[in-house]
Design a protein around this ligand. Structure first.
Ligand SMILES: [Cu+2]
Length: 227
């Protein structure tokens, strides 16, 4: 029997104590509860807006962007893109597999990334790399109604709003930021300046997107709109 258990307990505790000290020394800021900005996005009638993208661009430091090794995935299923809004950082990759029995011809004419993938089914050969910030609208040459967006950001701080209209951006270092809120149905993003203090807290910012454009998913019949 061990008549003196204390030294053994100390020996067990010492490594974890040293580990914590090391962690605290290397990444003190990361261990603190970090600040959160929660953007509540509504339309002019007070209804929540889903699939809006809120991003925070640091104004007093260069953003540190880690490009994920894995591509984001936009599936083509039942002759629709899913999801319809995808966010990537600059340099991010996207694959657009076709799960339908029919072929699709995916393209973009957006200045931030033009591409054209002629008729295909199944997987793509190479992912599309989005190397410039901007909004990239995807379409299909065969099916006019198919539409999706890739939002390419030069900041790692972003979130897409859920059904409740909430986009929550966590782990924010203190500083000044430019908040941008984009939605496919507004003509220009909503821009605000936001201060994140060094005291960890959750800041709630209400954004109203007025005058949301209607999206035509199929051509109108009769042509009356153009007379
Ligand atoms: Cu198609």
């Amino acid at each position: 029997m061990n008549s003196n258990p204390l030294p053994a307990a100390r020996r067990r505790l010492l490594p974890s104590f040293l580990f914590l000290c090391l962690l605290g020394h290397l990444g003190g800021a990361a261990l603190l509860p970090a600040s959160v900005v929660r953007v509540e996005i509504k339309d002019g009638k007070g209804q929540p807006v889903a699939d809006a993208v809120a991003s925070l661009v640091p104004l007093d430091r260069a953003p540190v962007i880690d490009v994920p090794a894995e591509p984001a995935v936009i599936v083509q299923d039942n002759e629709e893109f899913s999801p319809t809004v995808t966010v990537v950082v600059v340099g991010g990759k996207v694959v657009i597999p076709n799960r339908d029995k029919v072929q699709h011809h995916v393209y973009s004419l957006s200045p931030a990334k033009r591409f054209d993938i002629p008729l295909y089914k199944g997987e793509m050969k190479d992912p599309v790399v989005f190397d410039r910030p901007g909004i990239v609208a995807l379409g299909c040459n065969i099916h006019d109604w198919m539409a999706a967006y890739v939002v390419v950001l030069a900041t790692p701080h972003f979130a897409k709003s859920e059904a409740a209209g909430t986009a929550q951006i966590a782990n924010l270092p203190p500083g000044r930021y430019r908040l941008e809120v984009w939605h496919q149905r507004i003509t220009a993003p909503v821009v605000r300046e936001v201060n994140v203090s060094s005291d960890p807290a959750t800041q709630v910012i209400a954004v109203t997107l007025r005058e949301l454009r209607q999206i035509r998913r199929a051509p109108e019949t009769g042509g009356g709109a153009y007379r």
